[in-house]
Design a protein around this ligand. Structure first.
Ligand SMILES: [Cu+2]
Length: 246
């Protein structure tokens, strides 16, 4: 029931409309186990599709997808058609209940230049089995890399979070820029799927990023968050996942 979201507090990504902008899609159900295209628009208060955006981290639109059990993360850069329709190519999805998020900056003249995150629910048809959330940890692995996390993740307070990347026990110093940063961090809250994007404290160090990266962590509420850390080495994008507690 999308109308219910309007009273949610700002800053958690759970509203489908805010500041006069609305996330709209005609797709409430997606097919399971096959790649699919998801189309949506951002509409201004009068229903006009927004066609002009400010780049943010090199892209006009960042689109995210997460399943209700915090699995199935996808981070997509959709294509904008002239009529304001965005098309996001999604990888195959398991059945279940998902939330999709559009993160963007509408261009001045449409009312505001403030960054917005709007979202809505999407269902993938079929029988859904859920995966228990892995317990909170200070370390995780992906593609032969080990990541360790440290710092302050107190809810509602902007703290510093550091991520250190190792491979075969050695510090990694050949991180390549991904979206103008050494790593891209997004987090989703267990239960209500609130969204948080963790901003880097420093710009990317071209081709020599690492081993320790610092982020401004502002998690809007207490509880468990599933954090997705995306970084690039030798032209390959890696996505690590880790549970943290705020
Ligand atoms: Cu993005």
């Amino acid at each position: 029931m999308p109308g219910m979201d309007h009273t949610m507090p700002a800053g958690d990504g759970l509203a489908s409309s805010a500041s006069g902008f609305r996330f709209t899609t005609t797709t409430a159900t997606l097919p399971a186990e096959q790649p699919t295209l998801f189309r949506f628009q951002i509409q201004a208060a009068d229903g006009t599709p927004v066609t002009a955006y400010e780049p943010d981290q090199t892209k006009l639109m960042h689109f995210y997808l997460i399943r209700s059990d915090l699995t199935g993360f996808q981070h997509i850069h959709p294509e904008l058609a002239g009529d304001g329709t965005w098309t996001a190519p999604m990888q195959a999805l398991h059945p279940g209940s998902y939330r999709v998020y559009a993160s963007f900056i509408p261009k001045n003249g449409f009312g505001t230049a403030a960054p917005l995150v709007l979202s809505d629910r999407v269902t993938v048809a079929g029988t859904a089995a859920t995966t228990p959330l892995p317990p909170a940890s200070a370390t995780t692995q992906v593609d032969g890399y080990t990541l360790t996390l440290a710092g302050d993740t107190t809810a509602g307070r902007g703290g510093m979070l550091t991520v250190t990347v190792f491979k075969d026990g050695m510090p990694v110093t050949d991180l390549q820029p991904y979206l103008d940063t050494d790593a891209h961090l997004t987090a989703f809250h267990e239960g209500d799927l609130a969204f948080a994007h963790l901003h880097p404290e420093a710009p990317a160090n071209v081709d020599h990023g690492g081993p320790t990266l610092s982020f401004h962590a502002e998690l809007p509420r207490p509880g468990n968050w599933r954090l997705f850390v995306q970084f690039q080495t030798a032209g390959t994008l890696h996505t690590a996942a880790i549970t943290i507690t705020a």
